[in-house]
Design a protein around this ligand. Structure first.
Ligand code: OAD
Length: 251
């Protein structure tokens, strides 16, 4: 049984020697910024809803005002939050690894853009982003929209409705993002998953690609997940504490 200290040491050493590193993040990476994770119970008005039932094309079709209001409230909330020390540590890790000429890929299931705001340069968003909305009629994407929307559902300039640019249950992932995530995880020496419950595929399964390539695979989470057994090592604690500790070891 390794302690966190042992695993941090091992991971730091592997990162020093790695030619290619993949970090995958989930909602736990943003928890210390004050953004509730997906599997936290919804609060207040929204407590009567199940997020998995709001995050579907069927829910949007049945009640576009309700679904767009829910996403808009999340969009507003995210803009009030700041990146935490875990996000910052990952931005520094990218700088360190790409700065010496090696490859680093940050794959995120998060739609909050906090990695980009912390300074991460190349972020592969496999579940889209709350900052981008799409017209249901033309498919055109819009950025820099009013915050919050003045009405729900927000009309698009082309006559359709605006829907959030996130991936809903039952929809395909953006092909370029998932291809990149899949090929980079299949070719990495170190794979680190941070704050993800490992229940939503295909993101959860990327660790298997890395393990097949013989990578050191580390799961950083508060608790065990259904994917824990597929990782060679675990770190138990918060991203906001463990990632800065890792960077400190790397110097
Ligand atoms: P979840 O909400 O399912 O899981 C968050 C995970 O982070 C849990 O395993 C927690 O134990 C862990 N966690 C919480 N706080 C943490 C902290 N401070 N440090 C480290 N770990 C912490 O979020 P995701 O795994 O991201 O999909 O969810 C995956 C996908 O399911 C989401 O992208 C979303 C959702 O439905 C779509 O919208 C398509």
């Amino acid at each position: 049984m390794h302690t966190n200290e042992d695993t941090l040491g091992l991971l730091a050493q592997a990162l020093r020697e790695a030619d290619a590193v993949v970090v995958m993040t989930g909602a736990g990476a943003s928890a210390e910024s004050g953004i509730p994770t997906f599997r936290d119970a919804l609060e207040g008005y929204w407590s009567r809803y199940d997020p998995q039932q709001l995050a579907t094309p069927q829910a949007f079709e049945a009640d576009p005002a309700l679904v767009t209001r829910w996403y808009d409230e999340r969009r507003c909330k995210v803009l009030e939050c700041d990146p935490n020390p875990g996000h910052e540590a990952l931005a520094h890790l990218e700088e360190l690894i790409t700065g010496r000429g090696d490859r680093f890929t940050l794959v995120t299931q998060n739609v909050d853009r906090l990695h980009q705001r912390a300074g991460s340069r190349e972020v592969v968003e496999v579940h889209g982003s709350l900052g981008e909305w799409r017209c249901t009629k033309t498919g055109q994407s819009y950025l820099d929209l009013p915050v919050p929307f003045p009405e729900y559902p927000p009309p698009s300039p082309a006559g359709g409705l605006l829907r959030p640019g996130v991936v809903w249950f039952g929809e395909s992932l953006p092909p370029a993002a998932i291809e990149r995530a899949s090929s980079d995880s299949s070719a990495c020496d170190v794979y680190l998953a941070v704050g993800t419950s490992g229940v939503v595929w295909p993101a959860a399964g990327l660790v298997l690609n890395a393990a097949n390539n013989g990578a050191l695979t580390v799961e950083l989470n508060l608790d065990d997940t259904p994917m824990t057994e597929h990782f060679s090592h675990t770190l138990r604690g918060t991203a906001g504490e463990l990632l800065p500790a890792l960077l400190e070891l790397l110097g």
